[in-house]
Design a protein around this ligand. Structure first.
Ligand code: TRP
Length: 342
């Protein structure tokens, strides 16, 4: 059986990068897989979170999943802390993973910054919890961005070492479904930086909760350059922009990429359509597309966040279904490890 697991941290505003890079794909995968989509609140607190903000953002990510089109009847949507099996399995993995493996994790180095001594130990063992998220459901496929590739390789190593250490063929070796650079969404102010919820300028990103007017205003003000839009020579044989073009005109590359993603069209076709046009015309077209697609989604998210009863009931029901899958797997792991439950 093929089972998808993925998670989004409730630690910042959901933005267009989360939507085009991850959540939109989660929606499509429902066709072919059993899907479990988690709001990973336990991962979020590896960096300090204001409790009220954490509650609010947990609901916001849930509303984002729902507004984007994840169906809570077929897929499972829940927040991590409601299913204790994640942290229970994570403890076992804390004892499987070698410290040397964790020392190689680049995300820890990035997030811990200079003062590593002062980072939480949760941040250090973060990848073990992530492996537990996935393996407690024996998920086979995990859609993630490039930045999570190393964590997924660690998940495979953990599964392998567990199987080896205990002489079992228990955990599957998961396949990453890496969401490529195609939909890497960059800042609207600086096309060489990733769009991020931590950017000090709200104008640098389109939040999933932005209404149509706000989306339109941000696109109008997005950084552009003074040249006309390029011809199809800037699209390589792989269907992506050439590195040369990306580096020379990062804002043009970003806005064209966003247009292609929002309209589900090939980059080459989009480039051909706007070849030789100025930014004013193109931004007008992009605004129409973005407002039509994102405006209603933002409105629905806001409606759901304000009426939290529905969102909370989705999380509660999802957690029950998730726990029912995880419980027998955790129980088998406890037997394999030798935990006595008389
Ligand atoms: N680490 C992921 C991120 O920051 C979130 C995450 C936690 C996750 N557990 C997961 C992703 C399990 C995929 C599968 O984006």
């Amino acid at each position: 059986m093929k089972r998808i697991f993925s998670g989004v941290q409730p630690s910042g505003n959901l933005h267009l990068g989360n939507y085009l890079g991850a959540i939109r794909n989660f929606v499509a995968l429902q066709q072919d897989f059993d899907c479990i989509y988690c709001v990973v609140d336990q991962h979020a607190i590896t960096l300090w979170q204001d409790p009220e903000a954490l509650r609010q953002r947990t609901r916001e990510v849930t509303a984002g999943y729902l507004a984007a089109g994840i169906d809570p009847k077929t897929s499972i949507i829940f927040n991590q802390s409601q299913v204790a099996a994640h942290s229970q399995l994570a403890w076992v993995f804390n004892c499987v993973t070698r410290i040397g493996w964790l020392n190689r994790m680049t995300q820890f180095k990035d997030k811990a910054g200079k003062n590593r001594e002062n980072a939480s130990s949760g941040l250090y063992v973060y990848p073990n919890l992530m492996a537990a998220d996935i393996l407690v459901y024996k998920a086979t496929h995990v859609p993630v961005g490039e930045d999570q590739k190393q964590h997924l390789e660690l998940t495979r190593d953990i599964a392998q070492k567990f199987n080896n250490d205990y002489g079992v063929e228990y955990f599957p070796i998961v396949e990453p479904l890496i969401q490529g650079t195609a939909t890497r969404v960059m800042s609207l102010r600086d096309g060489s930086k990733k769009m991020s919820s931590s950017d000090a300028s709200d104008a640098a990103r389109i939040n999933m909760t932005d209404d149509g007017d706000t989306v339109a205003k941000k696109i109008r003000r997005a950084t552009s350059d003074s040249e006309r839009l390029p011809d199809a020579a800037v699209v390589g044989p792989d269907g992506q922009f050439t590195t040369v073009f990306r580096q020379a005109r990062p804002e043009a590359a970003n806005l064209l990429t966003i247009f292609a993603a929002l309209t589900d069209r090939d980059l080459a076709a989009v480039v051909a359509e706007f070849e030789g046009k100025g930014f004013a015309d193109f931004k007008q077209a992009l605004t129409e597309v973005a407002v039509a697609r994102l405006g209603p989604m933002g409105d629905e998210m806001k409606r759901m966040v304000n009426d939290s009863a529905y969102v909370d009931s989705v999380l509660r029901e999802g957690a029950e279904r998730a726990a029912a899958i995880a419980a027998p797997i955790l129980s088998e792991v406890y037997d394999i490890v030798g935990f006595l439950r008389p």
